[in-house]
Design a protein around this ligand. Sequence first.
Ligand code: CP
Length: 362
Amino acid sequence: MRSLIDIHDFSVEEIDKLIETANDIIANPSKYAEKCKGKKLATLFYEPSTRTRLSFEAAMMELGGNVIGFSEASSSSAAKGESVADTAKVMSAYADIIAMRHPQEGAPYVASRNASVPVINAGDGGHNHPTQTLTDLLTISREKGRLDNLTVGFCGDLKYGRTVHSLIAALARYKNVKIVLISPSELTIPSYVRYEVLNKNGMEYVETTDLEGAMPSLDVLYMTRIQRERFEEEADYERLKDSYILTEDKLKRAKSDLAILHPLPRVNEISVKVDSDPRACYFKQVHNGKYIRMALILQLLLEADGVIAPEDRNYMLVNKLSCGNKRCITQTEQELDQLFKVTDPEAGICRCVYCEAKVFTK
Ligand code: CP
């Protein structure tokens, strides 16, 4: 059963096909109005959401399907201690496809290993957010006409910003994409993105704290919110929260065809005055999110009906290792297989498949 847990679960060709389908849905919505008649989507959201949950629900309704689910853990049996694995088994009896958001890294992957229907990762802690990435790729391709030959700046909280991690992983597979990472030194990208994505793919990238200095080189500027909910100390959030505020003045040095993206919600990092700038694409991005999720639901249900055979992930089981990341789903879920992927055999480095934290074997 194929799920979307990590953006690499879909090849570049498959992502191109999703983008093509989304563009066709935008042009011919009535053609798709009954494609999911009789099907149910379950939205299992253990964390707050406006766009992702409601765009999934709108997507399924516009495909003629129905929606069930919960929007907070406290209104589900998770509040009584039910595991993610059991919830996934139960929901497989009620729904044809599941979209899950969870604060713990790797939780949707655990769900996918226990569900008998496709599971879509709608955001797992500070780890990944692959459907936001599909939204971003559709937006970039519609705005710039290409996904190759781009300089993309990421600005803000690159440490906890899961949308950043997934989008960099996706862009690594396109040609001649240069990355500019703009953040305070405390909020730089996690090591698995630096070593497993940027370095291993030989991507050209620079790290800087200077947004204005980077501005003239950028084709795409991806602004992000400082992720208050991931900080252990409120004082650290207060110190860093206004590190970057994009204003009309700062955009004077930008290209005339820059595309400004933001996964939203915005707090203070883009002045509302920028919204009327033709380069501001973040509300168009919101629209695109619904259409690409329609394309994704269609594709996964097509595969689940046995029309297309899914590929399995190939990880090794190493019971004597354990993941030390306290935000990982392995910390709370019972009897979970300790699965790892070997990323650097010579140095004895493995990574937890649930959250990608580094584990040493030597
Ligand atoms: N972009 C995004 O994930 O927004 P929500 O948190 O509102 O779903």
